[in-house]
Design a protein around this ligand. Structure first.
Ligand code: 5CA
Length: 440
């Protein structure tokens, strides 16, 4: 992408309304624009990151055996009357009437709708286990939307729903999502810790929140510090096998959110030097709630003995848009964002230090063409801004690698490669620099 043809609206001033660093940087780097309280438009750089995060989430969902669908944002109020949640959900639910005065709502979550889909087709335990997921915009009329995409009113969530014949099978489905979540967040460069949690309006009696530690997080959490350094299950994890040992190695150690925290137990179970009490960002939550929706909504299947039973269910959410903020909270410096490679909006920033200089332009065009052809995503700054301004912009938007090309270097036959995270610089020949990002 040529910067001269791109839409990258950067802000010079620090927006006064933004209280935390990720919100400030998302506005300054031109990722989002607020359209109403807690409602954001995603600008070109922002949507690229959002899509990369979504892609990783989907890859790990698929690996764990979940199947993608897409449910609508608008739902019928009657569906929610069946589960009893239409009244119970209260003011957080955005209620809408269509031209025929039919009551609709903008979905805050999809337990009812996915249960309705399930009961429309599935009759036998032989079709189980089943896990259906989608990534869709949600609306929750939060009292205090704040911190940008961290607590929005409209936000993007991946939500998965599992269906099983009995509790034991449902536990296995829960474990699959738990392990998939460990992998998902690690792939984005985040250290997430699963913690016992309250179930809130989703219901049920087993739940974990996946927490990324950050001083600006909204959750107060308590855990054994060894949980920060646990191994991440590999790509070869057998999701049909026994995942219980992986779960147990973590649940054996104390980890709880504020709502379920027990200080006496914390002190009894965790040695003093290992007690971590910190702030965190909830990037995902998993729930097991048995027949809370399937029983009232009559989502039943015939078991092996022919008798009909309501299915055992769980639901599993990831805050896809919140993750953009969480990743920035975890990875930035004074100058701006430092994207972990897997979620970076571009792989390489190509900086032309002297646009209009024939030799420099030719070298940049050649590098740009070769990298692009090799599938490397390059943002090429071909504008005639001054070098200082170009550097500052690239530091702000945080592309992991910078390839800097100027007349002086070219005379000596070199270009400069700079790592955004470490600041390390190297001088390489043009070919070596291209090979670094697009190995022949
Ligand atoms: N149905 C269940 C799981 S599918 C559910 O809705 N769970 S949730 O309420 O915990 O939301 C899932 C994830 O969405 C949360 O872990 C959080 O990361 C994200 N999330 C929730 N509310 C917001 C919000 N207001 N703004 C941004 N992200 C949010």
């Amino acid at each position: 992408m040529r910067l001269s043809r791109y839409f990258l609206p950067l802000l010079k001033e620090t927006p006064a309304e933004a209280q935390i660093v990720s919100h400030r940087l998302m506005l300054r780097a031109g990722l989002i624009r607020q359209e109403a309280a807690g409602i954001y438009a995603w600008l070109p750089l922002g949507i690229r990151v959002l899509n990369k995060i979504k892609e990783i989430v989907h890859e790990e969902m698929n690996r764990a055996g979940a199947i993608e669908i897409l449910m609508p944002t608008l739902q019928s109020a009657d569906l929610w009357r069946e589960s009893g949640r239409y009244e119970a959900y209260g003011k957080e639910m955005l209620r809408i009437k269509d031209r025929h005065d039919r009551e609709l709502l903008y979905g805050p979550t999809n337990e009812e709708m996915v249960t309705e889909i399930f009961r429309g087709y599935v009759r036998s335990y032989k079709s189980l286990p089943l896990n259906l997921y989608h990534t869709q915009w949600k609306f929750r009329d939060e009292v205090r939307p704040r911190f940008g995409v961290m607590r929005g009113r409209e936000f993007l969530m991946k939500d998965a729903y599992s269906f099983d014949i009995d509790k034991e099978a449902a536990r296995k489905s829960y474990n699959r999502m738990y392990v998939a979540y460990l992998r998902t967040f690690a792939r984005m460069g985040l250290k997430s810790i699963p913690m016992r949690a309250e179930t809130g309006p989703i219901g049920g009696d087993l739940s974990h929140e996946f927490i990324v530690l950050a001083d600006t997080g909204e959750s107060q959490v308590f855990c054994h510090s060894d949980l920060l350094d646990m191994p991440i299950p590999g790509e070869d994890t057998d999701f049909d096998g026994d995942l219980e040992p992986i779960i147990k190695s973590r649940t054996d150690l104390y980890a709880a959110t504020e709502d379920v925290h027990d200080q006496d137990r914390f002190e009894a179970e965790v040695p003093e030097g290992k007690r971590l009490s910190a702030r965190g960002i909830e990037v995902g939550q998993v729930f097991y709630f048995g027949t809370k929706y399937s029983a009232p909504m009559k989502a039943v299947v015939a078991g092996p003995d022919g008798k009909e039973v309501p299915v055992e269910m769980g639901s599993y959410g990831i805050g896809v848009s919140r993750l953009v903020g969480a990743i920035i909270e975890a990875s930035h410096d004074e100058a701006g964002i430092i994207w972990p490679e897997p979620v970076a909006p571009f792989d390489v920033a190509l900086i032309n230090l002297k646009s209009g200089d024939a030799a420099t332009d030719a070298a940049c065009e050649d590098i740009y063409a070769r990298l692009t052809k090799a599938g490397v995503e390059v943002l090429y700054d071909d504008t005639d801004e001054r070098p200082g301004a170009k550097f500052a912009s690239m530091e702000l938007i945080g592309i992991p690698h910078q390839l800097i090309v100027g007349p002086r270097g070219l005379k000596a036959g070199v270009v400069e490669v700079k790592n955004r995270a470490t600041g390390a610089k190297e001088e390489l020949s043009m070919d070596a620099a291209v090979n670094r990002f697009a190995p022949a």
